[in-house]
Design a protein around this ligand. Structure first.
Ligand SMILES: [Zn+2]
Ligand SMILES: [Zn+2]
Ligand SMILES: [Zn+2]
Length: 146
């Protein structure tokens, strides 16, 4: 059984460690995102928290992003959010990996083992770089091959 109390205390400590006040909403959103295996849009997150307003959820996500708990993935005009790896901190994100969108299950996942090539372009200063792939994920690919 999922130990709610234990998980809440753990999340509280994770938030406090990065100077983030562990409000009820933040704990709930963090736990929810931690359970997902794919990135979620604000609309999908909102659907799960019917009693919270969009602004509160949005602010929670912004705070989490600033504190290095989550990173966002830009997908056409949708932004999706997912938990960061342990390398991210309050100061910096290290999420320069491939993001994969599956056209069949419509899920976006982090491919942390595939890093963005770090070849510096001479004379250019890069502020932002994305590495995004679309196709059919392993699960969907296997199920169509039977
Ligand atoms: Zn990050
Ligand atoms: Zn898929
Ligand atoms: Zn990612």
């Amino acid at each position: 059984m999922y130990n709610m109390l234990h998980s809440n205390i753990k999340t509280e400590n994770i938030l406090i460690a990065r100077n983030t006040r562990p409000t009820c909403m933040r704990i709930l959103v963090y736990n929810f995102l931690a359970k997902q295996h794919a990135a979620l849009s604000i609309t999908e997150i909102e659907k799960h928290f019917q009693h919270a307003d969009r602004i509160t959820i949005y602010r929670t996500l912004k705070t989490f992003e600033e504190k290095g708990f989550i990173h966002s993935i830009q997908e056409d005009n949708i932004t999706k959010y997912t938990l960061c790896g342990s390398a991210c901190s309050e100061q910096s994100h290290y999420d320069q990996h491939l993001h994969f969108y599956c056209k069949a299950c419509k899920q976006t996942t982090c491919k942390t083992d595939i890093a963005i090539p770090q070849n510096n372009i001479k004379g250019f200063k890069i502020d932002d770089i994305t590495f995004f792939a679309r196709g059919i994920c392993e699960n969907c690919n296997n199920s169509t091959m039977q």
